[in-house]
Design a binder for this molecule. Sequence first.
Ligand code: MN
Length: 267
Amino acid sequence: MRILVTNDDGINSRGILALAESLNSVGEVTVVAPAREQSGASGAITLHSPVRITEATPNASRLRAYAVEGTPSDSVILGLERLLEKPIDLVVSGVNVGPNLGSDLFLSGTVAAALQAHFRSITAFAVSVTARKADTTHKVIHLEGAALLARLLARHARKGRLLRGTFLNINVPNLPLEEIEGIEITRTAHCTHVDVVQEGHDGKPNYFWIARRKRDDRVPEPGTDYWAIGRKRISITPLHADWTFSETRSALGSLVPLLMEGLHSPR
Ligand code: MN
């Protein structure tokens, strides 16, 4: 089984090393990841400059690895189309250090990397540990649960037991394995946490920092990814590239005659 491992935290992050080493017993792992941190890069691709690749040894490991001067999506496209021998059976993105929950999935480089595999009908999942900034500062990041879960899922994928036609977004509470209380199959909560803008002054025209909200008192809806994490449970959300919201198609259709009328007799 050939496995491509990528992330958006950069090739030297602890999370990608833990993931790649965990998956190494399941199949032949190749790491292809951004040379530098690309969190928040979403599905961006580099079209207007050349993309360079160097062979890498993440944290002196023996893994076969390539550092890409580009985005997470660049890394997966290069890995799938150029660097790895085909067929490629599985793409895993992570372990991201930080949550990928709710509507913020649309901003996630981690999830977008898995999406590139999904576009090509390759089994894929993204995995994150929901560590907050303070956890990172104090170096309390529990990667073992996420790395182990990824290995279990990869084994199921090898046996053909992971569903095709979907890809998974997995968030693991930042807790020691024995404190995790279960697994929930969830849906994505409709909310963003990237809604903080801080203004700064440095003698030039004012500048701004866009940041993630630190505190949240909203009660998450049952069944959502946020709800599962709040209950110390692993959240697994099946995702799909089709963004069409079918329920509103017919309601929207009733607007068409009015729009056509407007187009034919502009006022
Ligand atoms: Mn990240």
